[in-house]
Design a protein around this ligand. Structure first.
Ligand code: AHR
Length: 517
């Protein structure tokens, strides 16, 4: 069986063709939105080795750490520029009782993590450890509150504990080592309340949201952005009901979850050694998010034409079978150039929807699903997805610049389609253009012209699998044991500027970010 999979896996393919793409960059277009940095958000859950091993090794660990946080990871996250980090779940959030994770570590409750593999959760990473991490890596916390198995009082008190400057909760916080309140803006009121978060109907949940929202107070000048638990994929009825019943009732944001996953039953396909069909199905499935966001946004427009409620895609990314030999409940998967192309194409799409889409949180930051980082003992590797997020972070808080180009579309065996080329641009101190070539066989000759700008200098970075023998490997990934740099960005060569136009060749299966001045 194993032999068959290896034989069927798509390996390095030769370039068999090329296409020409003309890109018009409309830098003179007026009133363009800013791309919220939060589109580059991350998600961390008490799931598998995300928190323990991944982020937190404890102060007494032999692994180099800063007050218990892995030192190598802290540096990698600082370089990445993480604008917002969601915690403690996911499904875990609706069974999390925050009081069990404060105070002296030896007195904290040990509970079964019944959502994720039945692992013992010793609560050694709790509110203080999370919020201090956010300060360390300069990120905004996004707290996901327990509605499914908690109470209004419990969540209200948590908000008070984190943000109030006086009263019993503030005193308890000070006793536990933190006098100053933290700043917490994003507050999720439940997670997947249609499923693991309580199996509710949208009508029932809307009422609960309204009730919880009232008692989650703003203390000490801390402004909350309250996020209602949203729908999964194309459940438009959930969005419609929430918009009908909770708009104007303290709902600042409504979430949405969309995973690039083949199905909940049976195999989701391997993260490594996948077939050509699986490659195409993955890209096709990922591209569905474009229409799904448009459809949710259209419903939201009916009830909220002024766009006061944000759509927050607070879980997205690839979801494959776990790596052989690992706990099926820990969702540990490797990460290849296929994941990098999904990331690059998706981020380009998100930029175009920021009139409504205000945040996106890839699942998850370390050791779970489409991770930025993988750890094994004292070793840490950056995944191809990390490199895309790092290359693209120039778009954070930059002004969106419309681009016009045409592309062929590939039809996957599932019938889903995806573009061969995906491009997005923004302006900050310079112009940045991100380009993705999803074709495994066609190079793209790209010519870029601005409305008025005549580029004086153009530099760039490219990410792709190793190009041995002129071939590219979509299967390429970084691994432990000295193979952590198999896939990493390098300077883009042969960018030409002539008559005010930029030209370059976009190799097969590559992600490129250009800086234009
Ligand atoms: O990210 C893994 C899980 O996927 C989350 O806990 C849950 O919200 C979703 O179903």
């Amino acid at each position: 069986m194993k032999k068959f999979i290896i034989a069927a896996a798509v390996s390095a393919l030769s370039v068999t063709g090329f296409a020409q793409v003309k890109v018009s960059v409309h830098e003179t277009a007026k009133d363009q939105p800013v791309i919220p940095a939060e589109i580059y958000g991350q998600f961390s859950e008490h799931l598998g080795r995300c928190i323990y091993d991944g982020i937190w090794v404890g102060k007494d660990s032999s692994i180099p750490n800063i007050d218990g946080y892995r030192k190598d990871l802290v540096k990698a996250l600082q370089d990445l520029k993480v604008p917002v980090l969601r915690w403690p779940g996911g499904c875990f959030a609706d069974e999390y009782h925050w009081m069990e994770g404060i105070g002296p570590v030896e007195q904290r409750t040990k509970v079964l993590n019944s959502n994720w593999g039945g692992t013992i959760e010793d609560n050694s990473f709790g509110t203080h450890e999370f919020l201090n991490l956010c300060e360390l890596i300069n990120t905004q916390p996004y707290i996901s509150g327990n509605v499914g198995s908690g109470t209004v009082e419990e969540l209200a008190k948590w908000v008070e504990y984190m943000t109030a400057d006086k009263g019993t909760m503030a005193e308890l916080r000070a006793k536990n080592g933190r006098k100053e309140p933290w700043k917490v803006k994003y507050l999720g009121i439940g997670n997947e309340s249609w499923g693991c978060g309580g199996n509710m109907t949208p009508e029932y949940y809307s009422d609960l949201f309204r009730r919880y929202a009232v008692y989650c107070r703003e203390y000490n000048g801390n402004e909350l952005y309250k996020v209602a638990s949203g729908s999964s994929e194309d459940d438009y009825d959930w969005t419609r009901t929430l918009m009908q019943k909770a708009t104007g009732k303290e709902m600042d944001g409504l979430s949405l979850h969309f995973y690039t996953v083949k199905g909940w039953n049976g195999s989701k396909g391997p993260a490594l050694n996948f077939t050509l069909e699986e490659y195409k199905n993955t890209l096709g499935r990922a591209y569905r998010i474009d229409q799904i966001v448009k459809n949710h946004a259209a419903i939201m427009d009916i009830y909220d034409p002024k766009k006061t409620v944000g759509l927050l895609l607070d879980e997205w990314g690839t979801w494959f079978d776990v790596e052989p030999g690992t706990n099926p409940g820990h969702l540990y998967q490797q990460n290849t150039m296929r994941d990098a192309l999904v990331a690059g194409m998706s981020l380009n799409l998100f930029h175009a929807h920021t009139d409504r889409l205000k945040m996106a949180n890839i699942a998850q930051i370390v050791n779970v699903l489409q991770s930025m980082i993988l750890t094994q003992g004292s070793e840490m590797i950056l995944t191809p997805s990390y490199h895309v997020f790092r290359m693209y972070n120039v778009h954070q808080d930059a002004t969106y610049v419309p681009t016009v180009y045409s592309t062929e579309f590939t039809t996957a065996p599932t019938g889903d389609i995806y573009p061969e080329i995906s491009i997005s641009a923004s302006k900050s101190d310079a112009y940045h253009i991100s380009l993705v070539n999803t074709s495994l066989t066609k190079e793209q000759t790209v010519e870029i012209a601005f409305d008025e700008l005549k580029p004086a200098s153009v530099t760039g970075e490219i990410l792709r699998g190793d190009g041995k023998d002129g071939k590219v490997s979509i299967q390429a990934y970084n691994d432990f044991g000295g193979k952590g740099d198999t896939v990493k960005p390098v300077a883009m060569k042969n960018i030409k500027v002539s008559n005010g136009k930029i030209s370059l060749t976009l190799p097969t299966a590559s992600v490129v970010v250009l800086e234009v001045k």
